[in-house]
Design a binder for this molecule. Structure first.
Ligand code: HEM
Length: 209
């Protein structure tokens, strides 16, 4: 008999728990955001990741009304501008190879990872605010849905649980979520994804803010 609390979301959370733990550990986020340059370097990597995944999710999900408030590439661009990245550098930032998601279930799996990151992101955002005195501008990505985080997450979970009645759909969601966690870990934590070594002039821009 299926227990009422045995939902797709709960199974997905259990199936991806090791991937979440692995990413959280490998990310070493407190060290990465300890300096403004490090924080900016991390946002640069997130920018590339979202630039590759958001269009792929949009194409496979085909539900702009649901997706639009969850897209965060513009927030990343705004934060990077605030942290002194020249406008014309945005398009040239590194990004992973283009991503293909086969359909709505794969799109929901990838979006689960991006949307779930807004939860831990609240903790990280508060830390960055306290550490660097960045409160509004410059913190849009981590602020994400702000006070609406709980409601947005509840709506996402409801959609997830309603989206896949068949085992094949659930398998596609789960495979895609795990693959997205792994891709994010590789992209954020690979050898050359660490704190950039800014030119002296660049450092002056960062430290004057
Ligand atoms: C960027 C990397 C990260 C991604 C992609 C990510 C992804 C996720 C996902 C998908 C969930 C939802 C789990 C569920 O189904 O309930 C989640 C929850 C959570 N994450 Fe992360 N996470 C990341 C980094 C972190 C870090 C570094 C922390 C530590 C501060 C963290 C702390 C949490 C917490 C506390 C929750 C649970 C919140 C709650 O249940 O209310 N995450 N994360």
């Amino acid at each position: 008999m299926t227990r009422p609390d045995d939902t797709l979301h709960r199974r997905l959370r259990a199936a991806t728990a090791p991937a979440h733990e692995g990413l959280e550990h490998a990310l070493d986020w407190q060290a990465r955001v300890a300096t403004r340059a490090g924080y900016r370097g991390l946002l640069v990597r997130f920018y590339g990741f979202h630039a590759a995944y958001e269009p792929a999710i949009a194409a496979a999900l085909a539900d702009d009304a649901f997706l639009a408030p969850r897209l965060r590439l513009d927030a990343l661009a705004a934060d990077l501008r605030h942290l002194g990245l020249p406008e014309d550098s945005l398009a040239a930032l590194p990004r992973p190879d283009p991503v293909f998601l086969a359909g709505p279930a794969a799109a929901m799996g990838a979006l689960y990872v991006l949307e779930g990151s807004t939860l831990g992101g609240q903790v990280i955002g508060r830390h960055i605010a306290a550490q660097h005195g960045i409160t509004g501008d410059g913190l849009a990505y981590y602020r994400a849905h702000g006070p609406r985080t709980g409601a947005m997450w509840a709506a996402f979970r409801a959609r997830l649980d309603a989206s896949s009645d068949e085992p094949a759909g659930e398998e596609a969601v789960t495979e895609s979520a795990i693959a997205t966690f792994e891709a994010m870990r590789a992209w954020l934590c690979e050898a050359d994804a660490g704190e950039p070594r800014p030119a002296p002039g660049d450092l002056a821009i960062l430290s004057s803010r």
